[in-house]
Design a protein around this ligand. Sequence first.
Ligand SMILES: [Zn+2]
Length: 423
Amino acid sequence: MNDLTIKPELSIVHGYSILFIPIHKKTIHIECAVNNGFITESKKTAGVNHLLEHVLSESWKGCKGNCYKLWNNIGVDMNAMTTNTVLKYYTSGLEEDTEIMLNYIIDIMEKPIFTEKIIRNEKKAVINELLEDKTTSDLNDFFNQHFYILEGLKNADNNDLQIKNLKHLSLKDLKQVFLEYYNKNNIVFVVSGQYNKKEVLKLFHSKLKKYSVSKHNPQYCFSNKNDILFLKKKTKGFSNIMFGFPCTLQYNHPQYLIIPTITLILKDLLFNYLRTDKNLIYSVDVSSDQTICGTVVYIEVGTQDENVKNVIQHTFYRLNELKHKAISEDEIESIKKKYKFKSYSSNIKPSLISNFFIEQYLNQIYMSKPKFYSVEDIMYKVNKLNKSIFKSIMNTLFDFTKCLCVYHSNKDLNVKINDFISV
Ligand SMILES: [Zn+2]
C-alpha cells in the first residue's frame, strides 16, 4: 500500500478503541493516548497528571522496579508525555518484541501497580524536570495565566506551583485521577507498523476488562482577553513577542485539517514581510494547536528591544491585509507545490503516523463515529485551496477582538491593543 493513502482500521474491544495502522517496515510502535491533561487540573492539583504519567510509566510488574533498564536491555524506546489535553505512553521497537510491548502498554492502563516508592522516586524526577525547564517557561506561564479561563491550563507552565503541589500530592490523589480519566471512553490504543493483527487482537481481548464510565467532553477554555501585556525582562537587547488567536474551529469544519498547512504559509508570508521588507525581526514562528478546546494560532517573534512596537504594529497590519486582500494565484500555487513536495519527501514512520491519527481521533472523541483522513486526503484538500478559501480561513482564525499579545522585554511601552487593531 502507498504510505500516503494509509488510514487506520478501528477495532473496538470491550468498548476500548484500537487503531491499527499497517506499515511494513519491520518495526512496531505501540501507543496509548488518554484524553486528559493539564485541562482538568485545579490550582491544588496542578501537575498531578505529569506525576501520574511518570508513575504509570514505572508501574509495570514486569519491570521489576526499573522500567528504564528493562527497555534499554531489550532495545525498545519507551517514553511518555503530558500536554494540555493529551497524555501519551508509547513503546517503539522491532516486530519480534511486540508481545512484551503490548503487555506493558495494556497493563499500565488496566492494572498499574502504584507504590509509595515509585511515587517518591518520580516526584524527584519531575521536580528536576520542572527546575531545568524554569528559565524557558516564564513567558509561556505569564501568557497562559491570561489566555485561559480553566485553572489547569492557566497553570500548565507554572513550575513553581507544580513543585509546591508535588510535595503534598499523595497516592490517593493519583488513584483518584486514574479512576476518573483512565477508562475506555478516554483511552485510544494505537498499533502502528508491522504486526500480526489476529494475535494482537487476541491479546487485547484477553487483557482488557469491561467497565463503564462517563466521558470527558470538550469545553471552552479561552479567556478571550483582548489585551497587550508587558512582562519585564531583566536583560536588555532582545525581546520576545507572543500572540495568541483563539477560535472555535473544530474537527467538523471543512478546512480543519489544512490549518497546519495554513500556518506554514503564514510563517513564510510574515517572515517575508517583517524580515525581508521591513528588516524588523530575527525570527518568526507560526504554529497551531488544535484540541478539544478549539483552535489557537500562535505567532512568536524575536526582535531587538527598540523594534517591539513596530513589530506588533506591522504584524497586525499584515494579518489584516491577508484577511481583506487575498494573496495572488501565484502565491497559492507555490503553497500547493511546497506542500506536495513536503508530503512526498516525508518519511512515513510508524511513530509519526500514529501521532497523526491520534490527533484526529481525540479531536472528534465526542462524535459518534470517527472519520479519518490520510495524508493524501489532506493533499487533496490543500490542492483545492484558492484565494477565496484562503481569505475565509484567515477571517475565521484571526479574530482581533479575541487576540492576546504579550511582550517579554526590558521596557514597558504603555501601549493598548486598540492602538493597533483599529486599523
Ligand atoms: Zn516528565
